[in-house]
Design a protein around this ligand. Structure first.
Ligand SMILES: [Zn+2]
Length: 350
C-alpha cells in the first residue's frame, strides 16, 4: 500500500474529534469559512456513506438547500429530514456554524456577553443561552480528567445568588430577603448561604472542581466530587479538614494533611504544601469576578468554562478546533427554557 493510501485508511478510522485535531494540527488553524465547516461536518458526522444522524441508516439522499445554502438531507429509513449540524446544541438556532466557531473563540478569550454578542452579531439573550449550551456540551471534557501524582485539594466558597430565578417564574419564591448587589453574606463563616466547591489540582496543573452543597463540606460530598477523579496511587495533600480522611481511607489514597496554620508538611524528607490549590482558587475567583455575580444555578457551568481554559495547555487554534468538534459530537440538544429552569441551588445527592 502506498504511504498516501495508508494515511487515508488511517484517517477514516479516526473519531470525529481526532479528525478535527488532525485537521487543525496539519493546517495550524481552524478554517472558519461556512462552506468548509459544512463540508467538514458532513464528512465527520455522516461519513463517506452519508449515514443518517438519527438512525445511522444509509439510505440518505440530498434534499435541496436551505435559504442560507445549508445542504438538507432526507433519510429514507426513518423519514427524518436534517442538516449536517442537526441533533446538537446548535439545533433550532438557524445560525451559521461560522458564527458558533466565532462565539466559541470569544469564550476561550474570556469575553463578556456584550463583547461576544457584538463580535458575533447576535443578541445578548442569545449570547447568554449559547454560553450555557456550549458549556453543557463541553462539560464532558472537564469531567473526564484524572488527577495524578501529588494532588492538592481544598474547598472554596461562593455566596448563594438567586440571580435569574425570578423572571417569568411562577414557581420560584425567594427563600430569604434579597441582598443588595455587592453586599457580603451577613453571617461570617460557613453559613448555609455559601456554596461549597471542593477543588483539586495535580502536579501537571490539571484541575477539577464542582459545586456540591451549602455550608461546610462533609465526607460524602468529598466522595461525590472526587470519586474516580483522583488516581488511587496519588498523594493527596489537604488542610486539616476532616472530610478528606474517610475518602482517602476508603480509596486507599495516601493523605498528607497540613497542621492548622501551617502551609507545609514534611514527609520522608519531602515538603508537601497546598500552594497550588490556593493559586487555583485565586484564578477561579478572578475569573468569576469578571461576571459581577454568577447565579448559583449556573456556577457549575462557569467552573467548567474556567477549567476548559486552565486545563488546556495546547495552542489556541488546536483547542478551538477540538472543542468545536467536541461540542458538536456530544449529541445533546438544549432548549432555552431548560437553561432558565435549572435548580437554583446545587442539586447533587450527598
Ligand atoms: Zn434515519
Amino acid at each position: 500500500m502506498s504511504e498516501l493510501k495508508k494515511v487515508i485508511t488511517a484517517y477514516r478510522k479516526l473519531s470525529f474529534v481526532d479528525r478535527v485535531v488532525f485537521f487543525s494540527t496539519v493546517s495550524n488553524d481552524v478554517d472558519v469559512r461556512e462552506e468548509t465547516l459544512q463540508h467538514f461536518l458532513i464528512e465527520t458526522r455522516m461519513g463517506d456513506e452519508l449515514a443518517c444522524l438519527y438512525c445511522q441508516g444509509e439510505h440518505v439522499v440530498r434534499n435541496g438547500k436551505r435559504k442560507d445554502g445549508t445542504q438538507r438531507f432526507l433519510c429514507r429509513d426513518c423519514g427524518k429530514s436534517f442538516i449536517p449540524a442537526s441533533n446538537t446544541v446548535t439545533s433550532r438556532t438557524r445560525k451559521r456554524m461560522s458564527t458558533w466557531v466565532k462565539y466559541l473563540k470569544c469564550m476561550l478569550d474570556k469575553k463578556t456577553l456584550k463583547e461576544s454578542s457584538e463580535e458575533c452579531g447576535i443578541s445578548m439573550p442569545t449570547a447568554f443561552s449559547w454560553r450555557h449550551k456550549i458549556l453543557d456540551a463541553l462539560r464532558e471534557v472537564t469531567d473526564k480528567v484524572y488527577l495524578d501524582g501529588t494532588v492538592e485539594a481544598d474547598e472554596t466558597f461562593f455566596n448563594v445568588s438567586y440571580k435569574g430565578n425570578h423572571k417569568n417564574s411562577k414557581s420560584f419564591t425567594m427563600p430569604r430577603e434579597a441582598h443588595r448587589r455587592g453586599n457580603d453574606v451577613h453571617a461570617k463563616g460557613l453559613s448555609s448561604e455559601k456554596v461549597c466547591v471542593p477543588c483539586a489540582v495535580d502536579t501537571s496543573g490539571i484541575s477539577y472542581a464542582r459545586p456540591v452543597k451549602l455550608g461546610k463540606p462533609n465526607s460524602s460530598c468529598i466522595f461525590t466530587v472526587f470519586d474516580g477523579i483522583i488516581a488511587p496511587d496519588a498523594t493527596l495533600c489537604t488542610d486539616n479538614e476532616n472530610a478528606y480522611r474517610a475518602f482517602s481511607k476508603n480509596k486507599n489514597i495516601c493523605l498528607i494533611q497540613m497542621e492548622t496554620d501551617s502551609h507545609i508538611s514534611v514527609r520522608d524528607g519531602i515538603p508537601y504544601g497546598i500552594q497550588r490549590i490556593n493559586a487555583y482558587h485565586r484564578t477561579l475567583k478572578e475569573f468569576m469576578g469578571r461576571f459581577h455575580g454568577v447565579s448559583t444555578k449556573h456556577l457549575g457551568n462557569y467552573i467548567v468554562w474556567n477549567n476548559l481554559i486552565t486545563n488546556n495547555k495546547r495552542k489556541n487554534e488546536e483547542t478551538l478546533g477540538q472543542l468545536f468538534a467536541q461540542m458538536l459530537s456530544s449529541g445533546i440538544c438544549i432548549r432555552n427554557r431548560d437553561i432558565s429552569s435549572r435548580s437554583p441551588l446545587p442539586s447533587l445527592e450527598v
